[in-house]
Design a protein around this ligand. Structure first.
Ligand SMILES: O=C(O)CN(Cc1ccccc1)C(=O)c1nc(-c2ccccc2)[nH]c1C(=O)O
Length: 156
């Protein structure tokens, strides 16, 4: 049992003292809801901001992009590509933004892959699940949607 005053709170929570009773309570900084129990897990943000790199393949729902009218690469080749892009970014051989602008098959490539802020229910399920798992600044492993393979960078 952690002492209420010392251990750091999970991300997104703040400790408050009730003006009327002097009792300690906890405020979720995203939903502004309060609770008496000390939170054990981070508060989930209502929205996140992410950038992504999309590599499409011949089985993508729309196998076409600003880069290539008729995308012929196989799923296997697309997965290899996105893994190599991730390696280049992680090893600092290339920046996420540059790789997105040059190589992403998403129309967001022009914005360095930026998708802006989004909440749950706006993106394909697999994309959303991964995006909301990420911490700010974290780069996802490759994930698959009907659009193709993605790596996701959470920025806010
Ligand atoms: O899946 C389809 O039928 C066509 N799409 C959906 C789409 C098309 C244009 C703009 C945004 C989404 C894509 O293939 C697609 N998906 C995305 C996407 C997927 C997940 C997260 C963000 C973007 N981008 C694109 C794109 O062409 O630019």
């Amino acid at each position: 049992m952690s002492n209420d005053t010392e251990a750091p709170l999970p991300e997104g929570w703040e400790m408050r003292t009730s003006r009327s009773t002097g009792m300690t309570y906890f405020l979720n900084m995203y939903t502004k809801k309060s609770q008496w129990e000390r939170p054990e897990v981070p508060a989930e943000p209502g929205e996140v901001r992410c950038s992504h790199i999309l590599v499409k393949h011949s089985d993508s729902r729309r196998p076409s992009s600003w880069r290539e009218d008729h995308i012929k690469r196989t799923k296997e080749e697309a997965l290899d590509l996105i893994k190599n892009y991730r390696k280049q970014i992680v090893s600092n051989d290339a920046s996420f933004t540059d790789v997105a602008m040059k190589c992403s098959d998403c129309s967001s490539a022009k914005r360095g892959g930026d998708l802006g802020m989004f909440g749950r229910g706006q993106m394909q399920q697999a994309f959303e699940e991964e995006a909301f798992k990420l911490k700010v600044g974290q780069l996802s492993k490759p994930i698959e949607t009907e659009s193709g393979f993605h790596i996701i960078l959470r920025t806010v």
